[in-house]
Design a protein around this ligand. Sequence first.
Ligand code: KE4
Length: 429
Amino acid sequence: MSVSLTDAKSAELYQRALQRLPGGVNSPVRAMRAIGRDPIFIDRAEGAEIVDVDGNRYVDYVCSWGPLIHGHAHPEILAAVFEAAQRGTTFGAPTAGEVEIAEEIARRIPSVEMVRMTSSGTEASMSALRLARAATGRTTLLKFAGAYHGHVDGLLAQAGSGLATQGIPASPGVPESATHETVIVPWNDGEAVARAFAEHELAAVIAEPYPANMGLVPPVENFLQLLRNKADETGALLIFDEVITGFRVAPGGAQEREGVTPDLTVMGKVVGGGLPAAAYGGSRALMERVAPAGDVYQAGTLSGNPLAVAAGLTTLRMLDEAAYMRLRATTETLAAGLRDAAAAAGVPVSVTSVPGLLTVFFAETAPRDYATAQRCDHDAYAAWCRALLARGVYPPPSQYEAWFPSLAHTSEHLDRTLDAAAAAFGEVG
Ligand code: KE4
């Protein structure tokens, strides 16, 4: 049965927020427009649970869209941040922590011999593309419809995630000059990839190895290897955007799990442990082109911020083999339980999952690309999410996002989630 959740304080805050923040939020997907309700203002969180300003408690599957692989307010991460803060919050000068996290990243991801930190995944993607263009002397980029790499002008062409949800195929304000060098093909379409490589002299192809901004749509067999082969044949660079998958699906990200090595890797979310940090990296030969070692300019006031590095380093150091095994088991249990609950209610869904990520698509068969993801029953997904929220489970408020289970999600959380999911499927079925 539904839990009556009060929302008076959220509603009051939302009305105030609408006066001063576009859409009342600082990032579009938080507005919950895709699931037909007003946003929920959060007061606090711990572990796998968040509590809103009205005191309603939820099992959280957004987990800040990926950074919180250990859950909210992990004591060891908080302690590391507090300890760092007492020595100062930012210096605009190099620190030992930045060397240590770069060494930890290089140890985990052999293709990343050198790394440059930024404050957001958008900056990291933008910088990786600039480096690829400088290194190849070419300008044309290949990306995939429905993939999202941050709000980079040149990539806001049919981007997925928030943009797709907003129904804006390419944002106003993005000049044609920024996107006419961007070629977009359907994900998992080998023929379209081959055609793009044949018709264009590409600087780079950028891909989320496991796209999670059209919902989670894993690559078909050998698709990532095809990208690697085509890049090698033509002198283009292969860029894996592992902002979501990095350090989550395996210690070395999707490139480790798939055995396909990119030339450049974009990282974010987990690497900052919940504070603003992201990074891009690759071979020493490529990265030595970046200023001040080389001539490719890129900078950032708070890049490698000591507090974010403390959170990120502590996060990574707690991610041992046992943690990855546990996260994989949690994800598989959740995915299987959601499939069973939908089947029992006679609701046609397909659940895709990889370790640490899953999506519940309201469609008979799992989408293979953005166009098929768009044909999901978005209204049913929205109704199901509203029913989950009413039962104390907080799912990603968009069909084009993934669920982010964490190491803080216990079997008790999964039981609560699957009970709520069964009831919610019954409501929408
Ligand atoms: P940020 O600039 O938001 O730190 O990272 C951009 C980015 C880059 N690459 C991938 C694969 C990403 O998923 C993202 C951002 N992810 C979204 C959620 N799918 C962040 C949530 C939001 O936009 O509010």
